[in-house]
Ligand binder design. Sequence first.
Ligand SMILES: C[S@@+](CC[C@H](N)C(=O)[O-])C[C@H]1O[C@@H](n2cnc3c(N)ncnc32)[C@H](O)[C@@H]1O
Length: 205
Amino acid sequence: MSQITSGIRATLSHPRVYDKLQNIMGAQAVRRDLVDNFIRPQAGCRILDIGCGTAEILAFLPETVQYRGYDISQRYIGAARKRFGHHAHFECKQLDRVELEKLPRFDVVIALGVLHHLDDPVVIEIFSLARAALVEGGRVITIDPCLAPGQNAIARHLILRDRGQNVRTQDGYRNLAAGSFSRVDGTLRHRKWIPYTHWIMECVV
Ligand SMILES: C[S@@+](CC[C@H](N)C(=O)[O-])C[C@H]1O[C@@H](n2cnc3c(N)ncnc32)[C@H](O)[C@@H]1O
C-alpha cells in the first residue's frame, strides 16, 4: 500500500480520529449520495466491502443487507466489529483467491476511498477479484479523490496532500477497471462544503 503514515497523518490510523475528520469533510452527505444514487441496495442484497475501514457506510445501508467487510487494519476492523458486529461480518485480512473461494457471490462489491492508496498492479488485481466475486449482472462501486482540469484550487490542494499516494485522473482510474469489466460508467462530483473532487465508478460485468 502506498500511503503516507508519518507526521500529523499518523493520527488518521486511529479509528475515531479518522471518522471525525471524515465527517468534518462532509463524509455523511457523500455516503448518502453513494448509497442512494450508486449502490442502490435491494432488500437482502449481498454486499462485499474491500477496504471497509471502520465500515461507516453501514449506517447508511438497510439492516437487511448481507454485508461482509475486509480490511488489513486491525484497529479499523476492531472499531467496525464493535459498532456493527451484530449484523455484519468482518475479516482483518487481504482478500485473495483462496478466501474468495469460501464466499458466496455478491450483488455489489464496494471499494470506497481505497484505490488511491494502491499501486496500479494491486488495483488491477482488486478489480479482477471483485469481478470474480460478483453474480451475473453484479456491480462494483468505487469512490476516490480525483485530479481534474479546472477543479477548485482548494480541492486540488487538499487532494494532493492526501495520505494516498496514487490519486489519479478519471481516465487513470477508468483504465484500471476497463480490463475486468465490459462497462465502466463514471461520475465526477465537485463538493462544495469543503471543496473536494470525487470520481465515482460503477463497473458492470
Ligand atoms: C481511506 S480508508 C477507507 C475506509 C472506508 N472504505 C471508508 O470509506 O471510510 C482505506 C482503507 O483501505 C484499507 N486497505 C488498503 N489496502 C487494502 C487491501 N489490499 N485489502 C483490504 N484493505 C485494504 C486500509 O486499511 C484502509 O482502511
